[in-house]
Design a protein around this ligand. Structure first.
Ligand SMILES: *Cc1c(COP(=O)(O)O)cnc(C)c1O
Length: 431
């Protein structure tokens, strides 16, 4: 009853993201009263394991006592200050740490407040850097099946029909090159050849290629081999095309290293981070780039050469405090090492899905485990059935179409992995 009441108040005044609101005539909308660790709790005391880290942002659980404490501490001294002409300790400290932790030659941090706006920053900076060199390069390349956010520029370099089709007439002209079709080295090399061919023909028009290293998240958790990134890095350098690594989803340990680019041993020209950056607490994003690119904008005042981009909440102090607390936990608790054990445990558990007749493929990269289903039509909305089953049994699964995936916070235990994955298994068996 309490859930119902809150639901009705909500539907009176809210319009929810990524939702056909009419679905809520039959689909429960779940009001969350509180959350702790990996558990969400609704107004009637039902608990749900957050198997998708609340849209891929949560790293160390909800109401984490350490992060809470650090935000409260910050709250006593400074909540926010304009970042143009002013600075503060949390943003300086965070930037120093990010420069140290990310691949070589990423020396400067530019902040905004969500993944999409950071993608816009990277695209504009790339174009502008070439322009400051006297070259106009109006085109961006991205991978087929890619996702980079939903503002107009970010949507333009994306390639997931579901989000893009409707707005096609509004979007920038971009080029999609092929993504390796599987995790083999062979397909990585084949796709690299396709990109190189494109560069041979049109590199003088192309500012950058933007890609999601190793896992295309919203693109149905498609995964590919790090060798592709190695080759793309070489090709970009050869043809003076920037490489933008959108690690909004894969960053902060999801792939098994702190950053996915590190698994390929590459340094992108721009590294885009958000989601896990604040441990899932507050909106914050950052674009890192090299001193070399920074230098192209550095000169006596000339309005055309400076990067005159800004957002009101750029470098928010509370968000930066949450990000510093998150990095503390990574450092102090040896998280990347511990995750290796969790991900190999998930790999074991994943095996048994293979025997189900409606399973087409299982795959995994680090802390992202995927079960791909087969034999269903899109209008069956099979993912929705799995979602409903999960909720009924205390697990928040949120399949992408026919892709069921697990991306839990890193504090999950093996026993909780059992509950989470057994629930999904039972759901698939019941279909
Ligand atoms: C989520 C996501 C974005 C967009 O981030 P928002 O904060 O939702 O705007 C961009 N790129 C990738 C790879 C993402 O997963």
């Amino acid at each position: 009853m309490k859930n119902e009441k809150m639901k009705n108040r909500d539907l009176n005044v809210l319009w929810h993201p990524c939702t056909q609101m009419k679905d809520h005539e039959t689909l429960p909308l779940i009001p969350i009263k509180k959350a702790h660790g990996i558990y969400l709790e609704d107004f009637e005391g039902n608990r749900y394991i957050d198997a998708i880290s609340s849209w891929w942002v949560n790293m160390f659980g909800h109401t984490n006592s350490y992060i809470n404490e650090k935000i409260k501490e910050q709250l006593e001294s400074l909540e926010h200050v304009i970042l143009a002409g002013f600075t503060h300790e949390q943003v300086v400290k965070l930037s120093e740490r990010l420069v140290k932790l990310t691949p070589p030659h990423l020396d400067k941090c530019f902040y905004s407040d969500n993944g999409s706006s950071a993608v816009e920053v990277a695209l504009k900076m790339s174009f502008h850097a070439h322009l400051n060199d006297g070259i106009t390069k109006p085109l961006f390349v991205s991978l087929k099946n890619s996702y980079h956010g939903e503002t107009i520029g970010a949507l333009s370099v994306g390639d997931v029909e579901l989000y893009k089709d409707t707005y096609a007439p509004l979007l920038l002209e971009t080029i999609q090159t092929q993504v390796p079709k599987d995790m083999s080295e062979e397909s990585a090399l084949n796709s690299a050849v396709a990109f190189e061919t494109l560069c041979e023909q049109r590199a003088d028009e192309i500012s950058a290629i933007i890609l999601e290293p190793l896992i295309q998240g919203a693109g149905y958790m498609h995964m590919y081999n790090p060798l592709f990134l190695v080759r793309v890095r070489e090709i970009c350098t050869k043809y003076n095309v920037h490489l933008i690594a959108d690690e909004v989803m894969v960053g902060f340990g999801r792939t098994g290293e702190l950053f996915a680019s590190q698994k390929a041993g590459i340094s992108p020209d721009f590294l885009v981070l958000s989601k896990g950056l604040t441990g899932g607490y507050l909106p914050l994003s950052v674009v890192l780039t090299s001193n070399e690119i920074y230098a192209k904008f550095y000169c006596d005042y000339n309005k055309h050469k400076a990067f005159l981009h800004s957002h009101s909440y750029t470098g928010n102090a509370l968000a930066c405090a949450a990000a510093n607390a998150t990095l503390d936990i990574f450092e102090n608790e040896n998280i990347i090492e511990k995750n290796r054990e969790l991900s190999s445990y998930m790999a074991q558990k994943l095996q048994k899905f293979e025997k189900l007749s409606n399973v087409k493929e299982i795959r995994q990269t680090g802390m992202v485990a995927v079960v791909e289903l087969q034999g269903y039509e899109p209008q069956e909305r099979i993912g929705l059935k799995v979602y409903r089953y999960g909720l009924k049994h205390g697990v928040l699964l949120r399949p992408l179409g026919h892709i069921v995936y697990f991306m839990p916070p890193y504090i999950i235990t093996k026993e909780e992995i059992d509950i989470m994955m057994d629930c999904a298994y039972d759901a698939l068996k019941s279909l």
